[in-house]
Write a protein that binds this ligand. Sequence first.
Ligand code: HXC
Length: 254
Amino acid sequence: MRERVAIVTGGSSGIGKAIAKKLAEAGANVVITGRNAERLEAAKAEIARAGGEVLTVPMDVRDPERVQQMVTATKEAFGRIDFLINNAAGNFLCPAENLSINGWNAVINIVLNGTWYCTQAVGKEWIAAGHPGAIVNIVTTYAWTAGPGVIHSACAKAGVLAMTRTLAVEWGSKYGIRVNAVAPGPIADTGGAERLLPDEEAVRKTVESVPLGRLGRPEEVADAVLFLLSPAAAYINGACLTVDGGQWLNRAPF
Ligand code: HXC
């Protein structure tokens, strides 16, 4: 990863921060984005200790102009972009029948539209420069299974999975750009766990459903991302690598 430059959206906490750290440890320079400038600076200090240079860009992925500015700032700072990790997400538990239009739009805008704005902005740079980079989109297992209370997030993540596969074909064949996804299951110490596993009972039931008998760690998701971006995955395109301890296969049939 030495000399390589990676953009990690939502890189100031949880899975995004773990990904940025892992890439920095491997020698990459990283750009982390997030809405909270203070949290970004704290994360920068932590990631910089792992190695490499870190650029922070406070922004909301829902704003396509800011996304374009972030891409420009990355090129100015490092002169190149090699990897994009679309990790920024928004979620909360809400029964489908109670979800407001704004609630639906907030999550669709962050997860589906935000991923698209970043992907197109970075993809255009690669295409113009003749530089085949690689993208990893963070999705979730309920993008293809199901679960109550996450209709907005599930629909958005399923869209991101479709984006992954569509671009793997379109940009893979024309430009050699690889696009893959990683689907975490229940991961401790993340915004997702905070929202989706709000009490001890929810954690206990989830742990019981995981064949490996525990929640995952953000670093374990980061390992999968690092692999997909590395030369070891040079022939992997359009794949979705699940990191869930086997949970989604373990749904009781009755
Ligand atoms: C019902 C809710 C709600 C809740 C927000 N809304 N929280 N409705 N129940 N708990 C509604 C609001 O009432 C409002 O609608 C609309 O959503 C927008 O809310 P805002 O707070 O104004 O939006 P905003 O500040 O933009 O915040 C976006 C957010 C927030 C998505 C609501 O949670 C957020 O910023 N999240 C970012 C971090 C995050 O979610 N990380 C977890 C990702 S985990 P009205 O109608 O009232 O105006 C993940 C996958 C995990 O994605 C998979 C694990 C297995």
